[in-house]
Design a protein around this ligand. Structure first.
Ligand code: UD1
Ligand code: PEP
Length: 418
C-alpha cells in the first residue's frame, strides 16, 4: 500500500508556490452547469477532488477538457439526465454542489444523499431548506434527494448555521430564479466570494458575498466566462504551520494574506515571525514555540480546516494549549494518531488539551481524513525517527504534490510502497 515516509527531524527552508483553492474550484466547476456556453477556468489545482468533480459533470454530459497544466475548458451545452452518478457522489461530498445548478438549469435533479465522513454527520438540511424556499418540491427516498421546480422563485432564506455548502448551493440556484433571493446568516468564506465573482462574470447579479447577507437577483440565463481561481488558504496555512513547527524559514508565493489573518495571528502569538514581502509571506521561527489556545469558528474566525495542523504544532510547544472545535462534531480523529507519536493530548468534549512535550517520535500512523493527514505529515517533520503515514488518498484529495513541495523545502519525505 502506498505510504508517505518521513525521516524527521526536518527544518523547512526555501520557497513554495501555493496552488489554486480546492474549496473554491469545486463549487465553480459545479457553477459551469448554469450555462450552455463554454467556461475557461485557470489556476486549477491538480487534486483528486477536482478529477472527481470533473467526472461528475462529465457524466452529466458536460464537456470538460484540460487545457495546458492548470486550465480547464467546461461546456455544459447538452446535459443528459438529472442525476450525477452515485459512485462519484459517494466518493466526494462536494458533488452535492451540483444540486443547485441542475435544479436551476433543468428544473429537476436527483442526487444521492452525501454520506457523512470521518469528521461528522454533515447533514444537508440547510441546503434543502434553501431549495424549498425557492419553490422546489423536495422528496427524500431510497437514499436520494429529488427536487423539482418549473422555475425557481427568489425568496428570503435564513441559514441556522453559516453553512459554506448551503450558501453556495442556494446562491447558484438563485442565480437563475425569477426575482430576488436574500441569504441571511450566509457563510462569508473567501471561496464564497470567488464563486460570486464567477457567477457575476457569467452575467449573474450577486451582491454582499463575504458578508452575512447575500443578495442574488435572478436572471433568465447566464453566459460563459473566464475565471482564475483564488489561492488555497488552507494549503498556505498548512505550509505556514509546518514552517513554524520545524523552526524553519519559508517564503510562500501566491497567497492572499487577508485570507489568513486568524492563522497568522495565532502563529505570531506562538512566537513565529511573519512578514509580508514581495507579494508573498515569509514565516520564520525558533523552537520551542509557545503554547496558544485556538477555537475554530466560521470565517473570519480560526478555520476548522487548520485545526488539526495547528494541534500538531502545539504538541511540542512550551506549556499547555486548549484546542476547541466548534464547527464539526468529530474532528479530533488525528488525536489518537498524534498520541502514537508521543503527543500528550486529552479530549474533553469539544476541547482537546495539548500538553507540550520536548519531542515527538516517529511511528506508523494512519490518515483518517484530509486535514488529519496533513497534521501527521507536520508531526512527522517535527519528530525524531521515521514516520510512515498510510491512507494517503485522503491527503491527495486536497494537496497538490505535497511530498514534492516539502522535498523542495528540505524535508526527508517520500512516497513508498509499504
Ligand atoms: C468543499 C468545501 O468547501 N468544503 C468546506 C465546507 O464544507 P461544508 O460546506 O460541508 O461545511 P458546512 O459549512 O456546510 O458545515 C459546517 C457545519 O454546518 C453543519 N451543517 C451544514 C449543512 C447543513 O445543511 N446542515 C448542517 O447542520 C455541518 O454539519 C457542520 O457541522 O466548509 C467547511 C467549514 O468551513 C470546511 O471544513 C470544508 O473544507
Ligand atoms: C473538510 C474538508 O473538505 P470537504 O468538505 O471536501 O470534505 C477540508 O477541505 O478540510
Amino acid at each position: 500500500m502506498e505510504a508517505i515516509v518521513i525521516k524527521g527531524h526536518s527544518r523547512l527552508e526555501g520557497r513554495v508556490a501555493i496552488s489554486g483553492a480546492k474549496n473554491a474550484v469545486l463549487p465553480i466547476i459545479a457553477a459551469c452547469l448554469l450555462t450552455g456556453d463554454e467556461c475557461y477556468l485557470e489556476d486549477i489545482p491538480r487534486l483528486a477532488d477536482v478529477d472527481t468533480m470533473c467526472g461528475v459533470i462529465g457524466e452529466m454530459g458536460a464537456e470538460v477538457y484540460p487545457d495546458g497544466v492548470r486550465c480547464l475548458r467546461v461546456a455544459a451545452g447538452s446535459l443528459q439526465g438529472v442525476e450525477p452518478p452515485y459512485e462519484f457522489v459517494r466518493r466526494m461530498r462536494a458533488s452535492f454542489l451540483v444540486m443547485g445548478p441542475l435544479l436551476a438549469r433543468l428544473g429537476r435533479v436527483r442526487v444521492s444523499l452525501p454520506g457523512g465522513c470521518a469528521i461528522g454527520a454533515r447533514p444537508i438540511d440547510l441546503h434543502l431548506k434553501g431549495m424549498a424556499a425557492l419553490g422546489a418540491s423536495i422528496h427524500v427516498n431510497n437514499g436520494n434527494v429529488e427536487a423539482e421546480a418549473r422555475r425557481l422563485k427568489g425568496a428570503p432564506v435564513y441559514l441556522d448555521f453559516p453553512s459554506v455548502g448551503a450558501t453556495e448551493n442556494i446562491m447558484m440556484a438563485a442565480a437563475l430564479a425569477e426575482g430576488t433571493t436574500t441569504i441571511e446568516n450566509a457563510a462569508g468564506e473567501p471561496e464564497i466570494v470567488d464563486l460570486a465573482n464567477f457567477i457575476n462574470a457569467m452575467g449573474g447579479r450577486v451582491s454582499g458575498a463575504g458578508t452575512r447577507v447575500i443578495k442574488i437577483e435572478g436572471v433568465r440565463e447566464l453566459h460563459g466566462a473566464r475565471h482564475a481561481v483564488i489561492p488555497d488558504r488552507v494549503e498556505a496555512g498548512t505550509f505556514m504551520i509546518a514552517a513554524a513547527a520545524t523552526g524553519g524559514d519559508v517564503f510562500l508565493e501566491n497567497v492572499i494574506s487577508t485570507h489568513l489573518k486568524a492563522v497568522m495571528a495565532k502563529l505570531a502569538e506562538a512566537g513565529a515571525e511573519l512578514s509580508e514581502e514581495d507579494g508573498g509571506i515569509r514565516v520564520r521561527a525558533e523552537l520551542p514555540l509557545k503554547a496558544v489556545d485556538i477555537k475554530t469558528m466560521p470565517y473570519p474566525g480560526f478555520p476548522t480546516d487548520m485545526q488539526a495542523q495547528f494541534m500538531a504544532l502545539l504538541t511540542t510547544a512550551r506549556g499547555s494549549s486548549v484546542v476547541t472545535e466548534t464547527v464539526f462534531e468529530n474532528r479530533f480523529m488525528h488525536v489518537n494518531e498524534l498520541k502514537r507519536m508521543g503527543a500528550s493530548i486529552v479530549i474533553e468534549g469539544h476541547c482537546a488539551v495539548v500538553k507540550g512535550k520536548k519531542r515527538l517520535t516517529g511511528a506508523p500512523v494512519k490518515a483518517t481524513d484530509l486535514r488529519a493527514g496533513a497534521a501527521l505529515v507536520i508531526a512527522g517533520l517535527m519528530a525524531e525517527g521515521e514516520t510512515v503515514i498510510s491512507c494517503v488518498h485522503h491527503i491527495d484529495r486536497g494537496y497538490e504534490d505535497l511530498v514534492g513541495k516539502l522535498q523542495a523545502l528540505g524535508a526527508k519525505i517520500s512516497r513508498e510502497e509499504r
